[in-house]
Ligand binder design. Structure first.
Ligand SMILES: *Cc1c(COP(=O)(O)O)cnc(C)c1O
Length: 381
């Protein structure tokens, strides 16, 4: 069946007891057993819960994995994946990654004797050179954050496997509507469900989907041991959100494409970083690896300095000044002072997070209204 059909029907079977079209939310923290020491499917809600199980089954199906795991936040999901590493192991991350992942990798993992380096994953030669004999995990984002760089996921997976490392991909920006890294060879795909899966800025969550059963079992062990699981009610909200994910992502990507084309010709704009524009360095790979659309995240660089850029992000009205992304309402932010403030200044410069950069999360509002909003803010800048 097609994606949209599976999003609605897998994991959302009607309740056999009452006929309710939407299954009930199971809030119980513990489950009665028939016999001491012989566990039924559910025993204690950290270890498993029917509402979470249903969501995890849906996610595994949509991502093309053998299993999935739901966490309290996206960072909890990434943290669980890094639990595969032990003292002396090396993590190789892409250059264009989420600020929170940067902080976890460099400022937390390193306390436990894991070494971390970053390399430009869009340049396979540079990535290949950055491997060390003890590299156990390669972690990339595509499109990357905030420059929307595009990484050739199939080539990275092949390279990681040749060197004996696992390959994990943060697929938050692309969503499974536009890209399914497991089908391209990734071992783990990760999502901040706070973004497009939830889609309405009203729930936080994280997801891992896994290609093989042995790795799934290892990650399940870590999830249950660490305990940062997604609550039943939040599972319900993510399950509800993902039913419209395909519609939302397609409509939002369409608007983002039109805004990118319009902004690229605006006098106050130095450049537009959007993989759907032919001049984007990753355009050809994105065309091949994403399903004909390029996502609803759009980054632009203004000609003005830090202060002018700050003023610009404060002067839109429909685009609300906030971090986060992927919901029905459009958001605007300045990476240098907001989403990527946890990067050290030198690292920001090295990763091209300039003062003039502005990141837009394009929502479901009408194109004409969004364009008019950006236009008035650019005019007054
Ligand atoms: C938001 C985000 C995360 C972290 O997810 P949380 O749900 O905020 O913990 C990780 N990666 C990307 C690309 C994100 O946008």
């Amino acid at each position: 069946m097609e994606f949209s059909t599976r999003a609605i029907h897998v994991g959302s079977a009607c309740d056999p007891a009452t006929g309710a079209v939407v299954p009930p939310v199971y809030l119980a923290s513990t489950y009665v057993q028939h016999e001491a020491g012989v566990w039924r499917e559910f025993d204690y809600a950290r270890s498993g819960n029917p509402t979470r199980k249903a969501l995890e089954n849906t996610v595994a199906n949509l991502e093309g994995g053998c299993g999935a795991l739901a966490f309290a936040t996206g960072m909890a999901a990434i943290h669980c994946a890094t639990g595969l590493l032990k003292t002396g192991d090396h993590l190789l991350a892409g250059a264009d990654i989420y600020g929170g992942a940067y902080r976890l990798f460099h400022k937390v993992l390193t306390r436990n004797g894991v070494t971390v380096t970053q390399a430009d994953a869009t340049d396979l030669k540079k990535l290949a050179e950055a491997f060390q004999p003890n590299t156990k995990l390669v972690w990339v984002e595509s499109p990357g954050n905030p420059r929307l760089s595009i990484t050739d996921l199939a080539a990275c997976a092949e390279l990681a496997h040749q060197r004996g490392a696992l390959f994990g991909c943060d697929n938050t920006f692309a969503t499974p509507v536009l890209s399914r890294p497991l089908e391209l060879g990734a071992d783990i795909v990760m999502h901040s469900a706070t973004k497009y899966y939830g889609g309405h800025s009203d729930v936080m969550g994280g997801l891992l989907a896994v290609r093989d059963k042995k790795l799934y079992d290892e990650l399940y062990f870590l999830q249950n041991s660490i305990g940062a699981v997604l609550s039943p009610f939040d599972c319900f909200l993510v399950q509800r959100g993902l039913k419209t994910m395909e519609l939302r992502v397609r409509a939002q990507s369409h608007t983002a494409q039109r805004l990118a084309e319009w902004l690229a010709g605006h006098a106050a704009v130095k450049r537009v970083l959007y993989p759907g524009l032919p001049n984007h360095p990753g355009h050809d790979i994105a065309k091949r690896q994403m399903s004909g659309m390029f996502g609803a995240m759009l980054t632009l660089e203004l000609k003005g300095d830090f202060a002018a850029t700050k003023k610009f992000v404060q002067s839109t009205k429909l685009f609300q000044l906030a971090v986060s992304l992927g919901a029905v309402e459009s958001l605007i932010e300045q990476p240098a002072s907001m989403s990527h403030a946890s990067y050290d200044p030198a690292a920001r410069a090295q990763h091209g997070i300039t003062d003039g950069l502005v990141r837009l999360s394009v929502g479901l509002e009408a194109f004409d209204d969004l364009r008019a909003d950006l236009e008035q803010a650019l005019r007054n800048n």
